[in-house]
Design a protein around this ligand. Sequence first.
Ligand code: AMP
Length: 182
Amino acid sequence: MTGATEVGEVLERLVRDVPDFPEPGIVFKDITPLLADPAGLAAVVTALAAAGRDLTGAPVVDKVAGMEARGFILAAPVALSLGVGFVPVRKPGKLPGETHAISYALEYGEATLEVAHDAFAPGDRVLLIDDVLATGGTAVATADLVRRCGAEPVGLAVLMELGFLDGRAGLGEVPVTALSVA
Ligand code: AMP
């Protein structure tokens, strides 16, 4: 099992702060150095997947949902680690067939997310995965999409939480696991 200290050190070393990107005043958390480091990536995937396990290490979720685009990169290996399916939550117009869609405000700009209407079985327990929790708009929209499909968001796990934005406040009862807080 990967220790919290080790994961904290990995994120400190391999996530780059990029000031004023994509707009002035935003400090962008660039995870590309982390993605390029197999040991670091393995450590954070293990730590994120722990949010979908009970104290014995047994998986307690039926699906892992990742938000486009960086959420995909992390959520797919988390799903494999837990032995459950991965569901992509996508930007508009990318998914064929019937979808549910929700529009929401971002830390910068506005966005819409969609999910296939039959992505989840009724009652599925779903772990949400993304890289950064900022205002919480993306996570709240994803949790709502999961509920619209008749499934249950049982947790959100992220690499980094921008604590000063208090994004977790909007998630209500959905527990948030953040591997680091800025
Ligand atoms: P929010 O909906 O405000 O919680 O924003 C979270 C989403 O936007 C995540 O999918 C992140 O990938 C992205 N995001 C927001 N703020 C940042 C940031 N400062 N650095 C990197 N990604 C961010």
